[in-house]
Design a protein around this ligand. Structure first.
Ligand SMILES: Nc1ncnc2c1ncn2[C@@H]1O[C@H](COP(=O)(O)OP(=O)(O)OP(=O)(O)O)[C@@H](O)[C@H]1O
Length: 252
């Protein structure tokens, strides 16, 4: 397997069916809707970034559900719900598919990964033939590992390559060193024919060179380089001039 191309990637673009959009209602009031006629995805890694509340999770969830994932995340076979709070965005999205079909799929949501772990334990407790689901996550109960270790077990053991991986804030429980390990894992899997769509606040996680970064602001969605992102600029300013930043922060 090798890197996917603009022809072979699993999802090439996401189109908003504008004709049915009701602009005064959630989720169509979110900033990314303003200029989202067609979101062209990178064949390897697309990052969706932006400030809290800009709608990144809503957008990722809409794409994932339109593709056939469960709103709470997990693999395509997971069909459970502890709550049903997903927006109706998926009904208004059309996914433009490429020539290849993914052999592996996972929608990773940091927010609901605990529920995925619980569901795996419940399903594995039922008597049935064949391997347990937890074996594909490395074999150790996800609840008996630290938050970050359980996240990493999913990326390391469950993701098999040639897959479509939609990740919502995967860095949430990871140390900076583990975020670099995640970046290395993303690289391996991309070289093994995988496509990623990732929402992240981490300038480390968003540093893969074969990628496209889309930042959502109040003005809509805009493509930019890592160095142009707010996340990178703010971290750089903070560490290069910590005294001055602290002075401003504590004064205000
Ligand atoms: N069902 C809903 N009805 C109305 N507003 C909602 C609903 N669900 C979410 N919102 C609002 O939509 C906005 C976008 O939420 P979303 O979780 O997609 O943002 P985000 O960019 O992923 O933020 P963060 O970086 O904090 O995770 C938030 O202001 C949120 O309060």
């Amino acid at each position: 397997m090798s890197l996917l191309t603009t022809d072979s990637q699993f999802i090439r673009a996401v189109r908003l069916k504008r004709e049915r959009v009701q602009h005064d209602q959630f989720p169509f009031t979110l900033p990314f809707i303003k200029n989202m006629d067609e979101l062209i995805l990178h064949p390897n890694v697309t990052y969706i970034i932006g400030e809290n509340g800009m709608g990144k999770s809503t957008l990722l969830e809409g794409i994932a559900i339109a593709y056939g994932f469960n709103p709470e995340g997990g693999s395509m076979n997971f069909n459970f719900s502890s709550y049903d709070s997903h927006s109706e965005l998926d009904d208004h999205l059309r996914l433009i598919k490429g020539t290849e079909r993914a052999r592996d799929h996972f929608f990773f949501r940091a927010e609901t990964f605990y529920n995925v772990a619980t569901t795996i334990e419940q399903l594995d407790a039922e008597p049935k033939a064949g391997p347990k689901i937890i074996d594909s996550f490395g074999g150790q109960s996800l609840h008996e590992q630290s938050h970050g270790e359980s996240f990493f077990a999913a990326f390391r053991d469950r993701f098999r390559g040639n897959g479509l991986y939609i990740l919502d804030e995967p860095e949430a429980a990871l140390s900076p060193l583990r975020q670099m390990s995640l970046l290395a894992r993303i690289d391996q899997l991309a070289k093994d024919g995988s496509q990623f769509i990732i929402s992240t606040h981490s300038p480390i996680v968003m540093a893969h060179p074969n990628s496209k970064i889309i930042q959502i602001t109040e003005d809509g969605m805009h493509e930019m380089t890592l160095e142009e992102t707010e996340h990178y600029a703010i971290m750089e300013q903070f560490f290069e001039n910590r005294e001055r930043m602290l002075h401003h922060l504590f004064e205000e």
